[in-house]
Design a protein around this ligand. Structure first.
Ligand code: DC
Length: 209
């Protein structure tokens, strides 16, 4: 069973994906980390984020060492990942790895922006997780505060809106629900409520197939 989870930043998709993966004992890939790690390589070597050649070579050369999560999860890297994610050649360089992960015999859970539309359009379960920008900014603020980062709610809300716009308006694999995705709005749900709603979508899709 492939479970494809898409949605904007801080919608709760990562937590839902992790919880579903644990519940069904499936491997999980957070595809945002691939774009974050690519951006990180560019920043570390002092290259511009829109240098296509350097960005493609960073994406192709990703190694396990580039996935040190602590730094990748920061605010700066989310924004930088959105910039490199708008480069079609970078997306092309990362596609095979993601498709191979989705094609594991036992199935997989993947979360990102284009899983249901581009990476695994064949997925039996597709969930598009969303929430109001204000609710997402609150969550991001809490998360960053927990990581010891300085938090400015207005700046975070602005970041979220800007990132949504860039991710949704790019030409290649824009952020949008697949036609057959179920929309899960987590604005008024806590983690348990969001997970229960996601589980019921998965069970419903399983029963229907
Ligand atoms: O899910 P995230 O916040 O870690 O993603 C960071 C950025 O990476 C996101 O704003 C756009 C890009 N991204 C993408 O273009 N496609 C994906 N499948 C996942 C992330």
């Amino acid at each position: 069973m492939i479970i494809a989870i898409d949605g904007p930043a801080a919608s709760g998709k990562g937590t839902i994906a992790r919880r579903l993966a644990a519940y069904f004992s499936l491997p999980h890939l957070d595809t945002g980390l691939l774009y974050r790690a690519t951006a990180r390589v560019l920043l570390d070597e002092g290259s511009k984020l829109d240098d296509v050649e350097k960005a493609v070579s960073a994406a192709r050369g990703l190694a396990l060492l580039d996935f040190e999560e602590e730094r990748l999860r920061g605010r700066e890297m989310g924004e930088a990942a959105s910039v490199v994610g708008a480069i079609p050649q970078v997306r092309a360089a990362l596609i095979d790895m993601q498709r191979a992960f989705a094609a594991r015999p036992q199935g997989a859970v993947l979360d990102g922006r284009d899983i249901g539309t581009v990476i695994a359009p064949e997925a039996r379960v597709k969930i598009f997780v969303t929430a109001s920008p204000e609710a997402r900014a609150q969550r991001r603020a809490l998360e960053l505060r927990g990581r010891g980062e300085k938090v400015d709610y207005a700046a975070i809300l602005e970041d979220i809106r800007k990132r949504d716009k860039r991710d949704a308006e790019r030409a290649e694999a824009p952020l949008r629900p697949a036609e057959d995705a179920k929309i899960l709005d987590t604005t008024d749900l806590n983690i348990e409520g969001a997970f229960a709603a996601a589980l019921s979508i998965v069970n419903g899709a399983e029963a229907a197939s």
